[in-house]
Design a protein around this ligand. Sequence first.
Ligand code: PMP
Length: 426
Amino acid sequence: MTTSQDLFQRAQDSIPGGVNSPVRAFNGVGGTPLFITQAQGARMTDADGKEYIDYVGSWGPMILGHNHPEIKQAVLDAVEHGLSYGAPTETEILMAEKVKELVPSIEKVRMVSSGTEATMSAIRLARGFTGRDKILKFEGCYHGHADSLLVKAGSGALTMGVPNSPGIPEDFAKHTLTVSFNNLDEVKEIFAKYADEIACIIVEPVAGNMNCIPPVEGFLEGLRSVCDEYKSVLIFDEVMTGFRVALGCAQAYYNIRPDLTTLGKVIGGGMPVGAFGGKKEIMDFIAPVGPVYQAGTLSGNPIAMAAGLKSLELISKPGLHDDLEAKSRRLCEGFKQAAERAGIPLTTNYAGGMFGFFFTEEDNITTYEQATQCDGERFKRFFHLMLEEGVYLAPSAYETGFVSTAHGNDEIEQTISAAERVFFKL
Ligand code: PMP
């Protein structure tokens, strides 16, 4: 039988690092990445035939669990008609209408094929709309790998120790201003300095790429008023939080209305989909109505739309997000109590279907500095011992965990028991 070890060795001869996206290589934790052969519900099976309870969920999209029968059927039905036309279809209208229904700040929406495309396009649009060059982002937030955004970035860039990637001309990077997440004073200072040069603020309303850090009270409200004062565009990057923190996205959970929203992950139900949308007057600035160019050969792909639309329909069930949040809460409380029993200092955060845990003595993690000062070595040991227990967590201390509707009480309680055994071994 071919094992993950064999496959990883072989992959490295033909694929840089053996993977098609860096964090998958386990650089953040060491060891051999699991090569997956199949996944159903809350569980994944690797090439060695071992089964895991999965809290990565393909990095967010699998909110209904893996290979949900109705999404699979929607894809199979769509395949019957053809794979791609490069011409408009009715499904794209249904998708746009559904997004508008669920996210009232979105008056018009454009489909793309990844989260990176969504944020890159939203920023170009904000720049074109305002006629300004500078953008403001937060240290440790990740918005995909477009040039302007790999400045003090989180996620894999942070895990690999390259928050500022080489290959980005200084002339581009100089337009990206960065300040600390959850620090409104710094935002106000930088706006006072650059006043009418800043096209937009882009923010993850719950930071999910430096572990999981919810906004402190007043932070998102403050961003809204600063943008109003300086006529900057407020972009919520909801690629991760969208349809996951709440049905109406994090903007509904925190009750703030951004000007533009970027979406990805859940909106595709596991297929490659991203989207950006918002105020009509801004969205009508993109081609073919407006002058800002943006396009895509496979944008609105009929198979991807079928999967995404079905996913959005299924998550529209009342109470579904409350249940998800209850699972995140139980997991966090269970981890915390188990760690306490083993004498391991641990802090947890959660919002809707996202959770994070930090090996630290501090009891409230709200900043990038705090997240990066946690005990990384302890995390690595914890990660590998959890794998041995059959629990697949994100292979980096700078990623969020995801629960799905397929995670039942059994899976959650098994995970907490496994964590307790592991905490005693740390
Ligand atoms: N924005 C956020 C908040 C993300 O979490 C991610 C990916 N994790 C992206 C953008 C980029 O999305 P993609 O990987 O689909 O390009």
